[in-house]
Design a protein around this ligand. Structure first.
Ligand SMILES: Cc1cc2nc3c(=O)[nH]c(=O)nc-3n(C[C@H](O)[C@H](O)[C@H](O)COP(=O)(O)OP(=O)(O)OC[C@H]3O[C@@H](n4cnc5c(N)ncnc54)[C@H](O)[C@@H]3O)c2cc1C
Length: 514
Protein backbone atom coordinates (compact mmCIF):
# COMPACT_ATOMS: atom_id res chain seq x y z
CA UNK A 1 0.00 0.00 0.00
CA UNK A 2 1.37 3.42 -1.03
CA UNK A 3 0.53 6.46 1.00
CA UNK A 4 0.52 9.87 -0.66
CA UNK A 5 1.61 12.49 1.89
CA UNK A 6 0.58 15.57 -0.11
CA UNK A 7 -1.93 17.77 1.73
CA UNK A 8 -5.25 18.72 0.12
CA UNK A 9 -8.19 20.57 1.66
CA UNK A 10 -10.55 18.47 -0.45
CA UNK A 11 -10.46 15.51 -2.83
CA UNK A 12 -12.97 15.39 -5.67
CA UNK A 13 -13.69 11.99 -7.20
CA UNK A 14 -14.47 12.55 -10.89
CA UNK A 15 -13.94 15.38 -13.37
CA UNK A 16 -17.49 15.75 -14.67
CA UNK A 17 -18.63 19.37 -14.92
CA UNK A 18 -20.15 19.06 -11.40
CA UNK A 19 -16.79 17.89 -9.98
CA UNK A 20 -14.76 20.48 -11.87
CA UNK A 21 -16.99 23.40 -10.86
CA UNK A 22 -16.74 22.29 -7.21
CA UNK A 23 -12.96 22.03 -7.53
CA UNK A 24 -12.49 25.33 -9.37
CA UNK A 25 -14.77 27.25 -6.99
CA UNK A 26 -12.94 25.83 -3.97
CA UNK A 27 -9.61 26.72 -5.57
CA UNK A 28 -10.86 30.28 -6.17
CA UNK A 29 -11.82 30.52 -2.50
CA UNK A 30 -8.23 29.58 -1.60
CA UNK A 31 -8.48 25.84 -0.95
CA UNK A 32 -5.99 23.35 -2.38
CA UNK A 33 -7.87 20.52 -4.06
CA UNK A 34 -7.15 17.30 -5.90
CA UNK A 35 -9.44 15.98 -8.65
CA UNK A 36 -9.10 12.25 -9.33
CA UNK A 37 -10.45 11.12 -12.71
CA UNK A 38 -10.39 7.49 -13.75
CA UNK A 39 -10.52 8.19 -17.49
CA UNK A 40 -7.83 9.88 -19.64
CA UNK A 41 -9.71 13.14 -20.33
CA UNK A 42 -11.88 15.47 -18.21
CA UNK A 43 -15.58 16.24 -18.63
CA UNK A 44 -17.39 12.90 -18.24
CA UNK A 45 -20.64 13.14 -20.28
CA UNK A 46 -19.63 16.72 -21.08
CA UNK A 47 -16.32 15.74 -22.68
CA UNK A 48 -15.13 15.42 -26.29
CA UNK A 49 -12.89 12.85 -27.99
CA UNK A 50 -10.82 13.08 -31.18
CA UNK A 51 -10.63 10.63 -34.12
CA UNK A 52 -9.14 11.06 -37.61
CA UNK A 53 -9.48 14.86 -37.66
CA UNK A 54 -12.93 14.86 -36.01
CA UNK A 55 -13.79 16.19 -32.53
CA UNK A 56 -16.86 14.34 -31.27
CA UNK A 57 -18.87 15.34 -28.19
CA UNK A 58 -19.37 12.41 -25.84
CA UNK A 59 -22.91 13.44 -24.89
CA UNK A 60 -23.97 17.02 -24.27
CA UNK A 61 -23.98 19.41 -27.22
CA UNK A 62 -27.02 21.68 -26.64
CA UNK A 63 -25.48 23.99 -24.11
CA UNK A 64 -27.27 26.32 -21.70
CA UNK A 65 -25.44 28.51 -19.17
CA UNK A 66 -23.36 30.68 -21.50
CA UNK A 67 -25.60 33.74 -21.22
CA UNK A 68 -24.06 37.15 -20.62
CA UNK A 69 -26.44 38.50 -17.97
CA UNK A 70 -28.31 37.43 -14.84
CA UNK A 71 -27.40 34.70 -12.37
CA UNK A 72 -28.25 31.51 -14.27
CA UNK A 73 -25.30 31.71 -16.71
CA UNK A 74 -23.30 29.37 -14.54
CA UNK A 75 -20.82 28.12 -17.15
CA UNK A 76 -19.86 31.69 -18.03
CA UNK A 77 -19.49 32.45 -14.30
CA UNK A 78 -17.53 29.30 -13.42
CA UNK A 79 -15.01 29.98 -16.21
CA UNK A 80 -14.74 33.70 -15.45
CA UNK A 81 -13.98 32.97 -11.79
CA UNK A 82 -10.82 31.12 -12.89
CA UNK A 83 -9.98 33.80 -15.48
CA UNK A 84 -11.01 31.63 -18.42
CA UNK A 85 -13.62 32.06 -21.17
CA UNK A 86 -14.98 29.92 -23.96
CA UNK A 87 -15.61 31.48 -27.33
CA UNK A 88 -19.18 30.45 -28.12
CA UNK A 89 -21.29 30.31 -31.26
CA UNK A 90 -24.95 31.27 -30.81
CA UNK A 91 -27.43 28.71 -32.12
CA UNK A 92 -30.34 30.53 -33.82
CA UNK A 93 -32.64 27.56 -33.15
CA UNK A 94 -32.59 25.41 -30.01
CA UNK A 95 -33.91 22.38 -31.90
CA UNK A 96 -36.29 21.19 -34.55
CA UNK A 97 -38.95 18.63 -33.67
CA UNK A 98 -40.15 16.03 -36.22
CA UNK A 99 -43.29 14.68 -34.57
CA UNK A 100 -46.16 12.30 -35.45
CA UNK A 101 -48.72 13.40 -38.09
CA UNK A 102 -46.18 15.63 -39.84
CA UNK A 103 -46.12 18.08 -36.94
CA UNK A 104 -42.80 19.90 -37.40
CA UNK A 105 -41.66 22.88 -35.43
CA UNK A 106 -38.32 24.57 -34.77
CA UNK A 107 -37.74 26.43 -31.49
CA UNK A 108 -36.36 29.84 -32.42
CA UNK A 109 -34.04 31.74 -30.15
CA UNK A 110 -36.53 34.61 -30.29
CA UNK A 111 -39.32 33.91 -27.79
CA UNK A 112 -42.07 35.81 -29.65
CA UNK A 113 -41.27 34.02 -32.91
CA UNK A 114 -41.54 30.61 -31.22
CA UNK A 115 -44.82 31.48 -29.45
CA UNK A 116 -46.26 32.80 -32.74
CA UNK A 117 -45.30 29.61 -34.61
CA UNK A 118 -46.78 27.35 -31.94
CA UNK A 119 -49.96 29.44 -31.80
CA UNK A 120 -50.27 29.16 -35.60
CA UNK A 121 -50.36 25.37 -35.16
CA UNK A 122 -52.84 25.56 -32.23
CA UNK A 123 -54.85 28.79 -32.68
CA UNK A 124 -57.58 27.55 -30.29
CA UNK A 125 -54.93 27.27 -27.52
CA UNK A 126 -53.56 30.80 -27.95
CA UNK A 127 -54.27 31.78 -24.33
CA UNK A 128 -53.09 28.42 -22.94
CA UNK A 129 -49.76 28.66 -24.79
CA UNK A 130 -49.25 32.22 -23.60
CA UNK A 131 -50.08 31.30 -20.00
CA UNK A 132 -47.97 28.13 -19.82
CA UNK A 133 -44.83 29.58 -21.36
CA UNK A 134 -45.51 32.87 -19.54
CA UNK A 135 -45.46 30.96 -16.22
CA UNK A 136 -42.14 29.43 -17.24
CA UNK A 137 -40.80 32.95 -17.78
CA UNK A 138 -41.93 33.90 -14.25
CA UNK A 139 -40.11 30.89 -12.76
CA UNK A 140 -36.98 31.75 -14.73
CA UNK A 141 -37.12 35.40 -13.66
CA UNK A 142 -37.12 34.29 -10.00
CA UNK A 143 -34.03 32.13 -10.60
CA UNK A 144 -32.23 34.68 -12.73
CA UNK A 145 -32.69 37.61 -10.37
CA UNK A 146 -31.01 36.18 -7.28
CA UNK A 147 -27.49 34.90 -6.63
CA UNK A 148 -28.77 31.57 -5.34
CA UNK A 149 -25.55 29.60 -5.25
CA UNK A 150 -26.46 27.52 -2.22
CA UNK A 151 -29.72 26.30 -0.77
CA UNK A 152 -28.21 24.38 2.14
CA UNK A 153 -26.63 27.26 4.04
CA UNK A 154 -29.27 29.14 6.14
CA UNK A 155 -27.15 32.28 6.66
CA UNK A 156 -26.49 32.58 2.91
CA UNK A 157 -30.17 31.97 2.17
CA UNK A 158 -31.05 34.78 4.56
CA UNK A 159 -28.75 37.19 2.71
CA UNK A 160 -30.28 36.20 -0.64
CA UNK A 161 -33.77 36.60 0.84
CA UNK A 162 -33.03 40.18 1.91
CA UNK A 163 -31.66 40.99 -1.54
CA UNK A 164 -34.52 39.41 -3.52
CA UNK A 165 -37.43 38.43 -1.24
CA UNK A 166 -40.03 38.05 -4.00
CA UNK A 167 -37.78 35.83 -6.10
CA UNK A 168 -37.10 33.59 -3.08
CA UNK A 169 -40.81 33.25 -2.36
CA UNK A 170 -41.44 32.54 -6.05
CA UNK A 171 -38.82 29.81 -6.03
CA UNK A 172 -40.28 28.22 -2.89
CA UNK A 173 -43.71 28.23 -4.53
CA UNK A 174 -42.56 26.35 -7.65
CA UNK A 175 -40.20 23.89 -5.94
CA UNK A 176 -42.87 21.18 -5.31
CA UNK A 177 -44.64 21.60 -8.68
CA UNK A 178 -44.33 19.61 -11.93
CA UNK A 179 -44.51 21.16 -15.42
CA UNK A 180 -47.30 18.80 -16.59
CA UNK A 181 -49.66 19.99 -13.85
CA UNK A 182 -49.08 23.61 -14.82
CA UNK A 183 -49.56 22.76 -18.51
CA UNK A 184 -52.88 21.01 -17.76
CA UNK A 185 -54.13 24.06 -15.93
CA UNK A 186 -53.89 26.12 -19.10
CA UNK A 187 -53.96 23.67 -22.02
CA UNK A 188 -56.61 21.11 -23.03
CA UNK A 189 -55.63 19.91 -26.54
CA UNK A 190 -54.02 16.43 -26.12
CA UNK A 191 -51.77 17.01 -29.13
CA UNK A 192 -50.37 20.16 -27.56
CA UNK A 193 -49.92 18.33 -24.24
CA UNK A 194 -47.96 15.68 -26.18
CA UNK A 195 -45.79 18.49 -27.46
CA UNK A 196 -45.17 19.75 -23.91
CA UNK A 197 -44.20 16.16 -23.05
CA UNK A 198 -41.49 15.99 -25.70
CA UNK A 199 -40.35 19.51 -24.79
CA UNK A 200 -39.63 18.10 -21.31
CA UNK A 201 -38.49 14.64 -22.37
CA UNK A 202 -35.71 15.92 -24.60
CA UNK A 203 -33.65 17.02 -21.58
CA UNK A 204 -35.35 15.41 -18.54
CA UNK A 205 -36.09 12.02 -20.22
CA UNK A 206 -39.50 12.18 -18.51
CA UNK A 207 -42.90 13.38 -19.65
CA UNK A 208 -44.11 16.73 -18.30
CA UNK A 209 -46.09 15.31 -15.36
CA UNK A 210 -42.85 14.01 -13.84
CA UNK A 211 -40.63 16.97 -14.83
CA UNK A 212 -40.04 19.58 -12.10
CA UNK A 213 -41.41 23.03 -12.97
CA UNK A 214 -38.21 24.74 -11.77
CA UNK A 215 -36.19 22.91 -14.43
CA UNK A 216 -38.86 23.46 -17.10
CA UNK A 217 -39.04 27.19 -16.29
CA UNK A 218 -35.28 27.38 -16.59
CA UNK A 219 -34.94 25.50 -19.90
CA UNK A 220 -38.03 26.88 -21.68
CA UNK A 221 -36.98 30.45 -20.97
CA UNK A 222 -33.21 30.49 -20.88
CA UNK A 223 -33.09 29.17 -24.46
CA UNK A 224 -34.60 32.55 -25.44
CA UNK A 225 -32.62 34.68 -22.93
CA UNK A 226 -29.04 33.44 -22.50
CA UNK A 227 -29.69 31.20 -25.51
CA UNK A 228 -28.11 27.96 -26.67
CA UNK A 229 -24.44 28.55 -27.41
CA UNK A 230 -21.92 26.05 -28.71
CA UNK A 231 -18.36 26.30 -27.33
CA UNK A 232 -15.92 26.63 -30.21
CA UNK A 233 -13.62 23.61 -30.39
CA UNK A 234 -16.17 21.18 -28.89
CA UNK A 235 -18.02 20.82 -25.61
CA UNK A 236 -14.95 19.22 -23.98
CA UNK A 237 -13.25 22.61 -24.08
CA UNK A 238 -15.37 23.70 -21.07
CA UNK A 239 -13.85 20.95 -18.91
CA UNK A 240 -10.36 21.59 -20.33
CA UNK A 241 -10.56 25.29 -19.43
CA UNK A 242 -11.84 24.54 -15.92
CA UNK A 243 -8.89 22.15 -15.46
CA UNK A 244 -6.52 24.88 -16.65
CA UNK A 245 -8.05 27.30 -14.14
CA UNK A 246 -7.79 24.76 -11.31
CA UNK A 247 -4.10 24.08 -12.11
CA UNK A 248 -3.25 27.80 -12.39
CA UNK A 249 -4.50 28.18 -8.82
CA UNK A 250 -2.08 25.51 -7.55
CA UNK A 251 -4.55 22.63 -7.30
CA UNK A 252 -4.23 19.34 -9.16
CA UNK A 253 -6.15 17.12 -11.60
CA UNK A 254 -4.95 13.54 -12.06
CA UNK A 255 -6.13 11.15 -14.81
CA UNK A 256 -6.14 7.33 -14.79
CA UNK A 257 -6.79 7.71 -11.07
CA UNK A 258 -9.57 5.25 -10.33
CA UNK A 259 -10.94 5.63 -6.79
CA UNK A 260 -12.06 2.24 -5.53
CA UNK A 261 -12.81 3.08 -1.92
CA UNK A 262 -13.65 6.02 0.31
CA UNK A 263 -11.71 5.56 3.55
CA UNK A 264 -13.21 5.88 7.02
CA UNK A 265 -11.92 6.33 10.55
CA UNK A 266 -14.74 5.48 12.90
CA UNK A 267 -17.76 7.16 11.31
CA UNK A 268 -15.83 9.89 9.47
CA UNK A 269 -14.45 9.98 5.94
CA UNK A 270 -10.67 10.51 5.95
CA UNK A 271 -9.60 10.02 2.34
CA UNK A 272 -9.67 7.70 -0.66
CA UNK A 273 -7.94 4.62 -2.02
CA UNK A 274 -7.08 4.16 -5.71
CA UNK A 275 -7.07 0.96 -7.75
CA UNK A 276 -3.23 0.95 -7.63
CA UNK A 277 -3.40 0.73 -3.82
CA UNK A 278 -2.40 4.37 -3.26
CA UNK A 279 -4.12 6.07 -0.32
CA UNK A 280 -4.63 9.85 -0.24
CA UNK A 281 -5.96 11.51 2.88
CA UNK A 282 -8.14 14.61 3.17
CA UNK A 283 -10.72 15.85 5.65
CA UNK A 284 -13.17 16.45 2.83
CA UNK A 285 -14.13 14.08 0.02
CA UNK A 286 -16.60 14.95 -2.74
CA UNK A 287 -18.03 12.26 -5.00
CA UNK A 288 -18.96 13.28 -8.56
CA UNK A 289 -19.74 9.64 -9.24
CA UNK A 290 -23.47 8.81 -9.32
CA UNK A 291 -25.20 8.01 -5.98
CA UNK A 292 -25.64 4.40 -7.16
CA UNK A 293 -21.89 4.07 -7.80
CA UNK A 294 -20.88 6.00 -4.67
CA UNK A 295 -23.07 4.11 -2.22
CA UNK A 296 -23.38 0.80 -4.10
CA UNK A 297 -27.17 1.25 -4.34
CA UNK A 298 -29.16 -1.36 -6.34
CA UNK A 299 -25.90 -2.91 -7.50
CA UNK A 300 -24.38 -6.32 -7.23
CA UNK A 301 -20.96 -4.69 -7.38
CA UNK A 302 -19.85 -2.79 -4.27
CA UNK A 303 -19.86 1.00 -4.17
CA UNK A 304 -17.05 3.28 -3.03
CA UNK A 305 -18.35 3.01 0.52
CA UNK A 306 -18.52 -0.18 2.54
CA UNK A 307 -22.12 -1.34 3.09
CA UNK A 308 -21.98 -0.79 6.87
CA UNK A 309 -21.34 2.95 6.35
CA UNK A 310 -24.13 3.61 3.81
CA UNK A 311 -26.79 5.88 5.39
CA UNK A 312 -30.41 4.65 5.37
CA UNK A 313 -31.33 7.90 3.61
CA UNK A 314 -29.45 6.74 0.51
CA UNK A 315 -31.43 3.49 0.28
CA UNK A 316 -34.59 5.58 0.61
CA UNK A 317 -33.36 7.78 -2.25
CA UNK A 318 -32.87 4.68 -4.42
CA UNK A 319 -36.51 3.78 -3.80
CA UNK A 320 -37.67 7.28 -4.77
CA UNK A 321 -35.50 7.61 -7.90
CA UNK A 322 -34.50 5.03 -10.50
CA UNK A 323 -31.78 5.21 -13.15
CA UNK A 324 -33.11 6.46 -16.48
CA UNK A 325 -32.26 4.33 -19.50
CA UNK A 326 -28.90 4.84 -21.12
CA UNK A 327 -28.43 5.55 -24.82
CA UNK A 328 -27.10 3.93 -27.95
CA UNK A 329 -25.05 6.69 -29.58
CA UNK A 330 -23.53 6.87 -33.03
CA UNK A 331 -20.88 9.35 -34.07
CA UNK A 332 -20.52 9.82 -37.83
CA UNK A 333 -18.19 11.76 -40.09
CA UNK A 334 -20.10 12.43 -43.34
CA UNK A 335 -19.64 14.31 -46.63
CA UNK A 336 -20.30 18.00 -46.27
CA UNK A 337 -22.58 18.30 -49.34
CA UNK A 338 -25.08 15.97 -47.68
CA UNK A 339 -26.31 18.71 -45.36
CA UNK A 340 -27.56 22.13 -46.36
CA UNK A 341 -25.81 24.96 -44.51
CA UNK A 342 -29.19 26.31 -43.33
CA UNK A 343 -30.21 22.99 -41.76
CA UNK A 344 -30.74 23.27 -37.99
CA UNK A 345 -28.11 21.82 -35.65
CA UNK A 346 -30.33 19.82 -33.24
CA UNK A 347 -33.27 17.57 -34.19
CA UNK A 348 -35.63 15.25 -32.38
CA UNK A 349 -37.66 12.58 -34.12
CA UNK A 350 -40.72 10.92 -32.55
CA UNK A 351 -42.88 8.69 -34.74
CA UNK A 352 -45.38 7.43 -32.19
CA UNK A 353 -46.40 9.20 -28.97
CA UNK A 354 -47.16 5.84 -27.32
CA UNK A 355 -43.46 4.93 -27.65
CA UNK A 356 -42.11 8.11 -26.05
CA UNK A 357 -40.72 6.43 -22.93
CA UNK A 358 -39.82 3.11 -24.60
CA UNK A 359 -36.59 1.66 -25.95
CA UNK A 360 -35.72 3.52 -29.20
CA UNK A 361 -38.85 5.70 -28.81
CA UNK A 362 -37.07 9.02 -29.47
CA UNK A 363 -34.15 9.84 -31.78
CA UNK A 364 -31.83 12.76 -31.00
CA UNK A 365 -29.70 14.09 -33.88
CA UNK A 366 -27.06 16.84 -33.69
CA UNK A 367 -24.78 18.25 -36.38
CA UNK A 368 -22.45 20.52 -34.38
CA UNK A 369 -20.28 21.26 -37.45
CA UNK A 370 -23.14 23.46 -38.70
CA UNK A 371 -22.13 25.81 -35.87
CA UNK A 372 -18.41 25.07 -35.65
CA UNK A 373 -16.84 23.73 -38.84
CA UNK A 374 -13.45 23.32 -37.10
CA UNK A 375 -14.73 20.08 -35.52
CA UNK A 376 -14.27 18.11 -38.76
CA UNK A 377 -12.02 18.02 -41.86
CA UNK A 378 -12.95 20.75 -44.40
CA UNK A 379 -15.17 18.61 -46.60
CA UNK A 380 -16.98 16.83 -43.75
CA UNK A 381 -19.75 17.20 -41.19
CA UNK A 382 -20.30 15.41 -37.88
CA UNK A 383 -23.57 13.73 -37.06
CA UNK A 384 -24.12 12.60 -33.47
CA UNK A 385 -27.34 10.63 -32.96
CA UNK A 386 -28.64 8.69 -29.99
CA UNK A 387 -31.70 6.85 -28.79
CA UNK A 388 -32.70 5.65 -25.29
CA UNK A 389 -31.72 2.07 -24.55
CA UNK A 390 -31.61 0.06 -21.33
CA UNK A 391 -28.65 -1.87 -20.01
CA UNK A 392 -30.94 -4.92 -19.66
CA UNK A 393 -30.97 -5.10 -23.48
CA UNK A 394 -27.17 -5.38 -23.56
CA UNK A 395 -26.06 -7.40 -20.56
CA UNK A 396 -25.64 -11.16 -20.76
CA UNK A 397 -25.01 -11.24 -24.52
CA UNK A 398 -22.27 -13.31 -26.13
CA UNK A 399 -19.58 -11.35 -28.00
CA UNK A 400 -21.22 -12.25 -31.29
CA UNK A 401 -24.75 -11.37 -30.11
CA UNK A 402 -23.42 -8.03 -28.85
CA UNK A 403 -21.84 -7.22 -32.24
CA UNK A 404 -25.00 -8.18 -34.12
CA UNK A 405 -27.17 -6.09 -31.82
CA UNK A 406 -24.83 -3.10 -32.19
CA UNK A 407 -25.10 -3.39 -35.97
CA UNK A 408 -28.91 -3.59 -35.78
CA UNK A 409 -29.12 -0.45 -33.65
CA UNK A 410 -26.65 1.30 -35.97
CA UNK A 411 -28.82 0.51 -39.01
CA UNK A 412 -31.95 1.49 -37.07
CA UNK A 413 -30.44 4.92 -36.28
CA UNK A 414 -29.19 5.39 -39.87
CA UNK A 415 -32.71 4.63 -41.12
CA UNK A 416 -34.28 7.23 -38.84
CA UNK A 417 -31.68 9.93 -39.56
CA UNK A 418 -32.12 9.30 -43.30
CA UNK A 419 -35.68 10.59 -42.99
CA UNK A 420 -34.31 14.06 -42.34
CA UNK A 421 -30.92 13.64 -44.07
CA UNK A 422 -31.40 11.51 -47.23
CA UNK A 423 -28.57 9.53 -48.90
CA UNK A 424 -26.75 9.16 -45.60
CA UNK A 425 -25.51 5.59 -45.86
CA UNK A 426 -23.44 6.11 -49.04
CA UNK A 427 -21.73 9.20 -47.60
CA UNK A 428 -20.21 8.01 -44.31
CA UNK A 429 -16.48 8.53 -43.89
CA UNK A 430 -16.18 7.45 -40.24
CA UNK A 431 -18.48 5.79 -37.71
CA UNK A 432 -18.45 4.81 -34.05
CA UNK A 433 -21.16 3.25 -31.98
CA UNK A 434 -21.53 3.28 -28.19
CA UNK A 435 -24.01 1.17 -26.24
CA UNK A 436 -25.19 1.41 -22.61
CA UNK A 437 -22.21 -0.85 -21.82
CA UNK A 438 -19.87 1.74 -23.40
CA UNK A 439 -21.49 4.52 -21.33
CA UNK A 440 -21.14 2.43 -18.17
CA UNK A 441 -17.49 1.63 -18.86
CA UNK A 442 -16.13 4.94 -20.15
CA UNK A 443 -18.31 7.39 -18.23
CA UNK A 444 -18.24 5.31 -15.04
CA UNK A 445 -22.02 5.60 -14.70
CA UNK A 446 -24.33 3.04 -13.11
CA UNK A 447 -26.07 1.08 -15.90
CA UNK A 448 -24.77 3.79 -18.27
CA UNK A 449 -27.76 5.83 -17.08
CA UNK A 450 -28.38 9.44 -18.17
CA UNK A 451 -29.33 10.15 -14.54
CA UNK A 452 -31.99 9.71 -11.87
CA UNK A 453 -35.68 9.88 -12.76
CA UNK A 454 -38.61 9.60 -10.32
CA UNK A 455 -39.96 6.12 -9.67
CA UNK A 456 -43.39 7.67 -9.39
CA UNK A 457 -44.78 11.19 -9.65
CA UNK A 458 -43.02 13.32 -7.02
CA UNK A 459 -43.45 16.81 -5.60
CA UNK A 460 -41.29 18.59 -8.18
CA UNK A 461 -37.67 18.95 -7.12
CA UNK A 462 -38.37 18.72 -3.37
CA UNK A 463 -37.08 15.15 -2.81
CA UNK A 464 -33.82 15.73 -4.74
CA UNK A 465 -30.88 15.73 -2.27
CA UNK A 466 -28.43 18.61 -1.93
CA UNK A 467 -24.68 18.11 -1.55
CA UNK A 468 -24.29 17.19 2.11
CA UNK A 469 -24.62 13.49 2.97
CA UNK A 470 -25.33 11.84 6.31
CA UNK A 471 -21.65 10.87 6.49
CA UNK A 472 -19.30 13.37 8.10
CA UNK A 473 -16.83 14.89 5.59
CA UNK A 474 -18.52 13.32 2.55
CA UNK A 475 -20.33 15.40 -0.10
CA UNK A 476 -21.93 14.50 -3.42
CA UNK A 477 -22.07 16.62 -6.56
CA UNK A 478 -23.42 16.17 -10.10
CA UNK A 479 -26.62 14.95 -11.63
CA UNK A 480 -27.74 12.78 -8.74
CA UNK A 481 -27.98 15.95 -6.66
CA UNK A 482 -30.33 18.95 -6.86
CA UNK A 483 -31.25 20.15 -9.52
CA UNK A 484 -30.45 17.12 -11.76
CA UNK A 485 -29.08 16.54 -15.29
CA UNK A 486 -27.60 18.99 -17.79
CA UNK A 487 -24.31 20.89 -17.80
CA UNK A 488 -25.75 24.08 -16.33
CA UNK A 489 -27.65 22.09 -13.68
CA UNK A 490 -24.55 20.19 -12.54
CA UNK A 491 -22.63 23.48 -12.58
CA UNK A 492 -25.22 24.77 -10.07
CA UNK A 493 -24.62 21.64 -8.01
CA UNK A 494 -20.86 22.39 -8.14
CA UNK A 495 -21.29 26.00 -7.00
CA UNK A 496 -23.58 24.85 -4.16
CA UNK A 497 -21.19 22.08 -3.10
CA UNK A 498 -18.19 24.45 -3.04
CA UNK A 499 -20.24 26.94 -1.02
CA UNK A 500 -21.21 24.32 1.56
CA UNK A 501 -17.60 23.13 1.91
CA UNK A 502 -16.40 26.76 1.89
CA UNK A 503 -18.57 27.55 4.90
CA UNK A 504 -17.08 24.56 6.76
CA UNK A 505 -13.55 25.69 5.89
CA UNK A 506 -14.52 29.31 6.62
CA UNK A 507 -13.23 30.51 3.25
CA UNK A 508 -16.46 31.85 1.71
CA UNK A 509 -16.64 35.54 0.83
CA UNK A 510 -19.12 37.47 2.94
CA UNK A 511 -20.44 39.43 -0.05
CA UNK A 512 -23.03 37.96 -2.41
CA UNK A 513 -21.78 37.43 -5.98
CA UNK A 514 -22.30 40.37 -8.35
C1 LIG B 1 -25.92 11.26 -24.80
C2 LIG B 1 -26.04 12.41 -23.85
C3 LIG B 1 -26.49 13.64 -24.33
C4 LIG B 1 -26.60 14.74 -23.46
N1 LIG B 1 -26.97 15.95 -23.97
C5 LIG B 1 -26.96 17.04 -23.17
C6 LIG B 1 -27.15 18.34 -23.73
O1 LIG B 1 -27.33 18.48 -24.94
N2 LIG B 1 -27.09 19.40 -22.88
C7 LIG B 1 -26.83 19.27 -21.54
O2 LIG B 1 -26.75 20.28 -20.82
N3 LIG B 1 -26.64 18.04 -21.00
C8 LIG B 1 -26.68 16.93 -21.77
N4 LIG B 1 -26.43 15.70 -21.24
C9 LIG B 1 -26.33 15.56 -19.77
C10 LIG B 1 -25.01 16.06 -19.21
O3 LIG B 1 -23.96 15.68 -20.07
C11 LIG B 1 -24.83 15.45 -17.81
O4 LIG B 1 -25.97 15.70 -17.01
C12 LIG B 1 -23.62 16.04 -17.10
O5 LIG B 1 -22.50 16.10 -17.95
C13 LIG B 1 -23.30 15.18 -15.87
O6 LIG B 1 -22.24 15.78 -15.18
P1 LIG B 1 -21.72 15.23 -13.79
O7 LIG B 1 -20.93 16.30 -13.14
O8 LIG B 1 -22.86 14.66 -13.00
O9 LIG B 1 -20.69 14.06 -14.08
P2 LIG B 1 -20.37 13.00 -15.22
O10 LIG B 1 -20.42 13.65 -16.56
O11 LIG B 1 -21.11 11.75 -14.99
O12 LIG B 1 -18.84 12.77 -14.89
C14 LIG B 1 -18.42 12.04 -13.77
C15 LIG B 1 -16.93 11.77 -13.92
O13 LIG B 1 -16.48 11.04 -12.77
C16 LIG B 1 -15.58 10.02 -13.18
N5 LIG B 1 -15.63 8.97 -12.17
C17 LIG B 1 -16.72 8.25 -11.81
N6 LIG B 1 -16.37 7.36 -10.85
C18 LIG B 1 -15.05 7.55 -10.60
C19 LIG B 1 -14.13 6.93 -9.71
N7 LIG B 1 -14.50 5.95 -8.90
N8 LIG B 1 -12.85 7.37 -9.71
C20 LIG B 1 -12.46 8.38 -10.51
N9 LIG B 1 -13.31 8.99 -11.40
C21 LIG B 1 -14.57 8.58 -11.43
C22 LIG B 1 -16.13 9.58 -14.53
O14 LIG B 1 -15.11 8.94 -15.29
C23 LIG B 1 -16.59 10.91 -15.13
O15 LIG B 1 -15.56 11.54 -15.84
C24 LIG B 1 -26.29 14.58 -22.08
C25 LIG B 1 -25.84 13.35 -21.59
C26 LIG B 1 -25.71 12.27 -22.46
C27 LIG B 1 -25.19 10.96 -21.92
Amino acid sequence: MKSNKEKFDAIIIGSGIGGLVTASQLAVKGARVLVLEKYIIPGGSGGSFKRKGYTFDVGASMIFGFGKKGYTNLLTRALKDVNETCETIPDPVQLEYHLPNNFNIAIDRQYEKFIRKLTDQFPHEKEGIKSFYGTCVKVFNCLDSMPLLSIEDPSYLMKVFFKAPLSCLGLARWLPVNAGDVARKFIKDPKLLNFIDIECFCWSVMPALKTPMINAGMVFTDRHVGGINYPKGGVGIIAEKLVKGIEKLGSKVRYKANVTEILFKKEKVIGVKLSNGEEILSNIVVSNSTRWDTFGLNAKKKGLIKKEHVPKKEFKWAETYKPSPSFVSIHLGVSKELIDKDFNCHHIIVENWEELENEKGVIFVSIPTLLDSSLAPVDKHIIHAFTPSSISEWDNLSKEEYQIKKQNYYLFLLGKISKIIPNLEQNIDHNEIGTPRTHRKFLGRFEGSYGPIPNKKLLGLLPMPFNTTNIENLYCVGDSCFPGQGLNAVAFSGFACAHKIGSKLKINRFKLPN
